[in-house]
Design a protein. Structure first.
Length: 202
């Protein structure tokens, strides 16, 4: 599936100059690098250089890997995805993300051919362990698989950013738990995030 872009009018919040900015109705593998780096959300004002993060409803679809990730900022639940949208991607792995950061992360996870339920549970375990010694940690995101095969995560602290490598074996252990102990997901849209992971261990 190719990306579809559109131009929309936008006023720079800094210098108030008027511009036409590029947004995407849909995103495909031809924009994979822009999505995984989050650069597709970045807009720089030609007049004053002010940088703006544009967050808007869109989706990323990879037909070959059969997954679609919807970005719907600040929605409450998956009911925002229409029946027509679900029918369009029937048989695909369908996920809803409520923030730009989780949208980018989810695309990274699926493009790396990882199981997102295992990733979210692994993140929860890692977050909890780190929080015991440093309660300033605020979030954790999957980044990539390293050249050595380990999983790299970004750690977001209150006033700092760091990273951590997690061995592939740890991921496989969590994946086995997902496969053996959690029920299979039906053909529907799901919001699989840290809140979902927390609900699995309550």
């Amino acid at each position: 599936m190719e990306s579809i872009e559109k131009k929309i009018p936008f006023i720079c919040p800094s210098c108030k100059s008027e511009h036409m900015v590029t947004c995407y109705e849909q995103l495909g593998p031809n924009k994979k690098e822009e999505v995984m780096s989050a650069s597709f959300l970045q807009w720089d004002c030609d007049s004053c250089g002010h940088k703006v993060k544009l967050v808007y409803p869109t989706y990323y679809c990879n037909i070959e890997k059969e997954f679609v990730v919807f970005l719907r900022p600040n929605v409450s639940d998956v009911s925002c995805i229409t029946e027509d949208e679900k029918e369009m991607f029937n048989g695909y792995t369908m996920r809803l993300c409520k923030t730009a950061d989780t949208f980018v992360e989810k695309v990274r996870v699926f493009e790396a051919k990882l199981n997102d339920r295992a990733i979210e549970l692994l993140k929860l375990i890692t977050f909890a362990k780190i929080h015991v010694g440093n309660d300033t940690i605020q979030d954790i995101y999957f980044y990539r698989i390293s050249e050595h095969g380990s999983l790299e995560f970004t750690l977001m602290y209150k006033e700092d950013i760091d990273g951590i490598d997690i061995d592939q074996a740890m991921y496989q252990n969590v994946l086995n738990i997902v496969t053996d102990e959690l029920p299979s997901l039906e053909d529907d849209v799901y919001c699989i995030d840290l809140n979902w992971a927390g609900a699995q261990v309550v």
